[in-house]
Design a protein around this ligand. Structure first.
Ligand code: XCC
Ligand code: SF4
Length: 682
């Protein structure tokens, strides 16, 4: 247990924490000694994170504590008698509640805007009519109603997903029937998001829920309110209002082409795309262009950071400068006039870096202000006007740019992004018979071994981008990779989001990708868009041939460098939806064996999904490919397939040394023989 806790945060010799690329290292080095950056703060702190906090065994929910508890040591329970299991489960559940609240508050914002739009109160309209009726149906609204009436009912139902006090939220009915029945059986079908979050915070206050299993099932229920509730509302309604992502060429990375030396450079950062979308439109406005020219710039150049970046990348092809760990580095180019932020993942430290440059940090949300930033509140009712006002602030900064401080590396990367679930259907199935049938067939015939989602953050406590090595290993083993969030950005920078990267794929996957001209890693969007893979998985089940429930699909998920509480909520709704999820480089419950056992093994009995932890790309790949092969075996579509880079024996040895045998008691079909008619893959 102690080893597990301590291993995180230790940095390999010669490596710099949080500096996960040469480019970042160079830009950081260009900063003056006195600029305190996040990697420097990691170094200066000089210690590993607190082992109690890390393992989840520090309780501070009341003022008799904080109590640091140790599992199995009676004297080291909390003052109130709380066991390590209770404390760890409570802390985990609170992370799920926090993550759910973040995605869902974003979703509510979109739902409110949708409501105002359909009532003519804000200048937005539904762009994607093709998707409109599908979403109406998902919301339980009759799609044959006149459009005006249908839209109003949809808006009411979308808001209800947050406020509903009793009964099942309607989007959960999109899940495969057997899964929904399991949720019902175990009492985890969520009511409204607000109720689930409030209840989970309540039951984890002092002296309420003290049965770790019950707490964790509460967390499972809350997480479903995120994945099949708040997040799904955000994704679906954003698609309607801003457009459904379709494959589009774009550029990523901090480099020429993403940042332009002769333009006013504005980066949008955070998660909510509404303002960013307005900024894109305002950047073409003649008045704004002439103001930019007046100060000597050729125009306005937008780029993105974190998930706001992913949103405008997917829908508009606006380049992404970087992921979470590149937010400081982007400013260190000296070429940004403004970083416009909304909510989530905006490090307080960017104002520290920005104050050494001419860069304005502009906050725009009433719930997310920062010292050292300029506050310019966004108002949807006058979206374009506010966007223009913000761009004017950036234009004013342009003359203050110090050419001696500007360093824009020559390193942008070409990518193809925009793989919404609908886009995947059209690409694989064709515009006239859009379906997952070809994908299912290729999984069944073994050309595609399975599907892996690489999602979530990157992390200043980690010294190399685990995602990249992992993705390469997976695609070399014929596993199709889906990506969202900052992981998608890291994989983009590594060049894996271009169709040419198909040459890194194993022969089966490569054949499939080359037939349709797809990259081996499909960018599905921002963190809230992790609802997209849920819909894809459901569609794969409905298409047939790969079981009746999500847990049966040879698919697996991971977040190799998670840092945000949101990642925990996402992981938990995937697990509760039947997917195995691997986190790294650590896991927040390792201070309690019983809680960890519940999340790693017992929960699989209920929903078919489970958690795992891994540290290196190799460990991730081993666990994930094993899970995919397990799924294939149970479906009877397996056949011996030697791994390309690591041999089986090594993988088995690694796995059994680290974990108790996986719990395999989930309605398995028993061991299956290889189907005779299946030919050995080339
Ligand atoms: Fe934040 Fe979504 Fe994490 Fe990136 S990946 S660091 S949450 S921006 Ni979701
Ligand atoms: Fe300590 Fe119990 Fe209070 Fe937690 S709730 S701080 S374990 S006394």
């Amino acid at each position: 247990m102690i080893d597990e806790r301590a291993r995180f945060g230790e940095v390999k010799k010669g490596k710099k924490p949080g500096v996960q690329s040469k480019l970042a290292e160079e830009l950081y080095q260009s900063l003056k000694e006195d600029v305190l950056t996040a990697p420097k703060r990691v170094e200066r702190r000089g210690t590993l994170p607190c082992a109690f906090g890390k393992g989840g065994t520090c309780c501070r929910v009341c003022n008799m504590g904080p109590c640091q508890v140790v599992e199995g040591v009676e004297e080291l329970r909390g003052v109130c008698g709380a066991s390590a299991a209770t404390v760890v489960a409570r802390n985990f559940a609170r992370m799920v509640a926090a993550g759910t609240s973040a995605h869902s508050d974003h979703g509510r914002h979109v739902a409110k805007l949708f409501y105002e739009a359909v009532h003519g109160e804000v200048p937005f309209e539904v762009k994607d009519k093709r998707k409109l009726r599908v979403v109406a149906q998902a919301l339980g609204v009759d799609p044959s109603l006149p459009e005006d009436e249908m839209l109003k009912r949809m808006a009411d139902t979308a808001l209800q997903i947050f406020s509903q006090q009793e009964g099942e939220i309607v989007l959960t009915h999109r899940a495969p029937k057997p899964l929904l029945e399991k949720w019902r059986k175990y009492g985890v079908v969520p009511r409204g998001v607000d109720r689930e979050v409030v209840e989970l915070i309540h039951r984890t206050t002092i002296g309420v829920d003290q049965d770790y299993r019950n707490i964790l099932m509460g967390a499972a229920r809350c997480s479903l309110a995120d994945g099949w509730g708040g997040s799904m509302v955000a994704t679906e309604l954003q698609d309607l209002l801003l457009g459904n992502p379709q494959p589009i060429r774009a550029k990523v990375n901090i480099g020429l082409g993403v940042l332009k030396p002769d333009h006013v450079n504005v980066a949008v950062h955070g998660h909510d795309p509404l303002l960013a979308d307005a900024l894109v439109m305002a950047s073409y406005d003649p008045e704004i262009l002439s103001l930019a020219k007046k100060v000597g710039a050729k125009g306005i150049n937008l780029s993105g950071i974190c998930c706001t970046g992913n949103e405008v990348l997917m829908r508009k092809g606006i380049p992404v400068a970087g992921s979470f760990i590149q937010q400081e580095v982007a400013i260190a180019t000296g070429a940004l006039e403004a970083v416009v932020v909304d909510v989530q993942c905006i490090m307080q430290n960017i104002t520290e870096v920005a104050r050494h440059f001419h860069t304005a940090v502009i906050t725009t949300s009433p719930i997310a202000k920062m010292e050292g930033a300029v506050h310019h509140p966004f108002d949807e009712k006058r979206a374009i006007d506010v966007a223009k006002e913000i761009l004017k602030v950036a234009i004013e900064r342009y003359p203050q740019r110090d050419p001696a401080k500007v360093r824009i590396p020559d390193s942008s990367i070409d990518v193809v992004v925009g793989f919404s679930h609908e886009a995947i259907m059209y690409i694989l199935g064709g515009r006239f018979r859009a379906s997952y049938k070809p994908l299912n067939e290729n999984i069944i015939n073994g050309k595609v071994r399975g599907i892996a989602a690489i999602v979530g953050c990157d992390n200043y406590r980690v010294d190399e981008p685990i995602q990249v090595e992992l993705a390469k290993e997976l695609i070399a083993n014929n596993v199709l990779v889906l990506a969202t969030g900052c992981s998608a950005t890291q994989l983009a920078i590594a060049g894996l989001l271009s169709p040419e990267a198909a040459e890194l794929a194993g022969p089966g996957l490569r054949e499939v990708l080359e037939a349709v001209g797809c990259p081996p890693v499909l960018h599905m969007g921002a963190c809230v868009d992790n609802s997209r893979p849920l819909i894809s998985a459901t569609e794969i089940v409905h298409t047939g041939g790969l079981g009746e429930d999500i847990y049966q699909i040879p698919a697996v998920g991971c977040a190799p460098q998670w840092m945000s509480e949101k990642a925990v909520a996402i992981g938990m709704y995937f697990v509760t939806s039947g997917v195995q999820v691997v986190f790294g480089p650590d896991f927040p419950t390792l201070g309690s064996k019983v809680v960890t056992d519940f999340l790693f093994y017992e929960i699989e009995k209920y929903f078919g999904g489970s958690w795992r932890v891994a540290r290196t790309a190799n460990e991730f790949a081993n666990i994930m490919i094993d899970r995919i092969d397990f799924g294939r075996r149970n479906l009877g579509i397996d056949k011996p397939k030697p791994r390309v880079l690591f041999d089986m024996a090594m993988r088995r040895a690694l796995d059994s040394a680290r974990y108790a045998p996986t719990f395999h008691g989930l309605g398995c079909f028993g061991p299956h023989a290889v189907r005779a008619e299946e030919k050995q893959e080339s």
